[in-house]
Design a binder for this molecule. Structure first.
Ligand SMILES: Cc1cc2nc3c(=O)[nH]c(=O)nc-3n(C[C@H](O)[C@H](O)[C@H](O)COP(=O)(O)OP(=O)(O)OC[C@H]3O[C@@H](n4cnc5c(N)ncnc54)[C@H](O)[C@@H]3O)c2cc1C
Length: 594
């Protein structure tokens, strides 16, 4: 085995240890990659239980009133600060501890209800929604998921109300997308009572205003010369905590305090270890997974703002003696924003419900949600920007701010390229392992239980390629869409199988192919969520005798456009210019820049 292969094997083994802890129920996304439609996770469209809906409606009412009166997104951007009065107000309304249990001062909301609240914040101000996300979804959540009773008693009540603020510190100069490359060191003291932390973190949201930070640092693995990452709860009053730059000046979400800090011989008591020692990366990835759901909610809110702004302008601005909304090229943009906003909401709701209903492994769905909603939001903002023409460019309208603010979404909490590759590779792992069973038995027929394993694997693979999954919609009007979706899932599965058989191990490095597979999977998931929501709305309308709504037209359009994209991604697997792309890039990259 050469050095590169050995490194690759090590990476795969690390990823497997990190991601696949044990046997779990088949989730929706993993099912897709195996040719199954795991309907129970996505249909019927989830609803918030009526008792919680009452509480949610009340919280939403209070939140809207508070935001109407006190939140000025333009000023937050101009002054590059979220006023403390806004933070305190959000705390009073309950936004800062929504999913924390009531005994810790939180609201005990489900993730679905939490997303509805975050959508409302995201609709108005991206700085505020990123602040809340960093405090709650990746700050407090760290404690909720991994905290001991003692840690929770100590921190959660004040974090839930906003009296204390939280942050999550993973990123360093050498550990950006490559989160496993954390260099911050945590050395145990001789008596084992504490760890001594040294190193620097950068780009940390809330760093300058946080009272407690979840910090990832490298600890020795007992009995070996290896190290692994452990999560620590660090407070800025610990001697040696040095704020290097409290608010790094930046392009967008300027209201958030994004900082750089150093830890210099900071003594952190062992009681402040969060989660199992040495499992900090698992802690980090689990927390980020959860945060990506609220990311989807914030993007949904922002997309709805795009739609409102586009409609307002298209209905009032006249050129060539007509309102802009009468031009087909403007209509095309507005229709697409409506369709995408509908899909983003459906996808967020279903992903949040997966978490609420106890699906253990939802990392594929949350990754898909994050990539899909952030990419669609970027398109939505670009479209509405174009509809506003020159006026969008000036700072008296919110569009240039929205555009600056939205750009971080494709980079933060996992760059979209990294997640895209992750979606394809983790998704293909299931069928890939089955092919491996078959292949290993073919090359070594004497291996123990080889034929039995290969037979089972072969049956699964064959089953998935002959069976078109059935999509159980209740509304007769949607049968045609459901049949088309079933056939596309079947075609997707055939394409994944073909790619695995054709390319085998090298597929791990073929990101252009991975991107098409991931894109097709994301659109299959998005279409499923739209179909589920559309079905529920039609059923509701039938029961109440109401007529068709603009939302149904948007759903219809989304499905048509999404199916077309899926066909095109699958066709691109065999008909593409990848060789030429890579040859050009390599040739350009090998020339020294001048
Ligand atoms: C405003 C802001 C707030 C942030 N808040 C936090 C926070 O609260 N806590 C925290 O820990 N971090 C935070 N971050 C850091 C953020 O998570 C990182 O910026 C992100 O993970 C990317 O890391 P990087 O910037 O080092 O980019 P790099 O890792 O250098 O990547 C640069 C680009 O290279 C490409 N790329 C990288 N790897 C691959 C790959 N394997 N395949 C294909 N393409 C690839 C991607 O296009 C990527 O965008 C924040 C960043 C910003 C800008």
């Amino acid at each position: 085995m050469n050095k590169l292969d050995a490194q690759r094997q090590k990476e795969i083994q690390q990823a497997e240890e990190l991601l696949f802890a044990g046997p779990q129920a088949l989730g929706f996304a993993k099912g897709l990659f195996q040719g199954h439609f795991v309907a129970d996770w996505v249909m019927p469209y989830p609803r918030i239980p009526s008792t919680q809906q009452v509480e949610l409606d009340e919280t939403l009412k209070n939140l809207r009133q508070f935001l109407d009166e006190h939140l000025d997104a333009a000023e937050i951007d101009r002054k590059a600060d979220i006023p403390r009065s806004v933070i305190d107000g959000l705390g009073r309304v309950g936004v800062l501890g929504l999913t924390a249990p009531k005994e810790y001062g939180g609201r005990g909301f489900s993730q679905m209800a939490n997303c509805k609240i975050l959508e409302e914040v995201g609709r108005r101000c991206a700085s505020t929604s990123v602040f809340v996300n960093a405090h709650h979804s990746i700050g407090i959540r760290a404690l909720l998921l991994f905290g001991t009773d003692e840690q929770n008693q100590r921190w959660l009540p004040k974090l839930s109300t906003g009296e204390l603020l939280g942050a999550f510190a993973l990123t360093e100069k050498e550990a950006g997308s490559d989160a496993a490359n954390v260099q911050m060191q945590a050395r145990p003291s001789e008596d084992g009572s504490h760890f001594v932390l040294n190193g620097e973190k950068r780009y940390i949201t809330n760093a300058a205003i946080a009272d407690v930070l979840t910090v990832m640092a490298r600890t020795p693995v007992p009995g070996s010369d290896k190290t692994s990452v452990t999560a620590f709860l660090v407070t800025p009053d610990m001697p040696g905590f040095e704020m290097l730059e409290a608010r790094m000046p930046k392009m967008g979400i300027r209201g958030t305090a994004t900082g750089r800090f150093a830890l210099r011989n900071v003594k952190v008591p062992k009681e402040n270890i969060l989660g199992p020692p040495g499992k900090g990366l698992k802690v980090a990835l689990t927390i980020l997974d959860f945060g990506r759901t609220t990311f989807g909610a914030c993007c949904t809110g922002a997309a709805k703002t795009c739609l409102r702004l586009a409609i307002d302008h298209a209905n009032t601005r006249k050129q060539f003696n007509k309102t802009l909304g009468s031009f087909h090229l403007v209509q095309k943009k507005i229709a697409r924003i409506a369709a995408d906003a509908y899909a983003m909401e459906a996808m967020t709701t279903i992903t949040a419900a997966l978490i609420d209903r106890g699906l253990e492994d939802y990392m594929l769905e949350t990754a898909m949600l994050k990539v899909f909603t952030t990419e669609r939001l970027w398109e939505c903002i670009n479209d509405v920007f174009q509809i506003y023409g020159g006026s969008a460019y000036f700072v008296d309208l919110p569009l240039e701010r929205m555009m600056r603010d939205a750009r971080i979404n494709q980079i933060g909490e996992g760059a979209n390229e990294v997640l895209t590759s992750f979606i394809a590779l983790v998704g293909m792992r299931g069928p890939g392992m089955e092919f491996k069973e078959i292949y290993d038995t073919m090359v070594k027929p004497t291996r123990e239980r080889g034929f039995a394993k290969a037979w089972t694997a072969g049956k699964h693979r064959l089953g998935a390629t002959v069976r078109v999954p059935e999509i159980p919609v209740r509304s007769a009007e949607l049968r045609s869409f459901a049949n088309q979706l079933g056939r596309l899932i079947w075609r997707f599965n055939v394409a994944v199988n073909r790619a695995l058989i054709t390319y085998r191990e090298p597929i791990l490095d073929m990101q252009l192919l991975q991107e098409r597979i991931a894109n097709a999977a994301m659109d299959l998931f998005a279409s499923t969520c739209v179909l589920s929501r559309y079905d529920a709305e039609l059923q509701y309308a039938q029961r109440n005798g109401s007529s068709s709504s603009p939302d149904q037209l948007a759903a219809d359009l989304f499905l048509r456009q999404s199916f077309r994209r899926i066909r095109s991604f699958l066709a691109g697997l065999t008909d593409n210019e990848d060789k030429s792309v890579l040859a050009t890039a390599n040739s350009v990259l090998s020339k020294p820049s001048n």
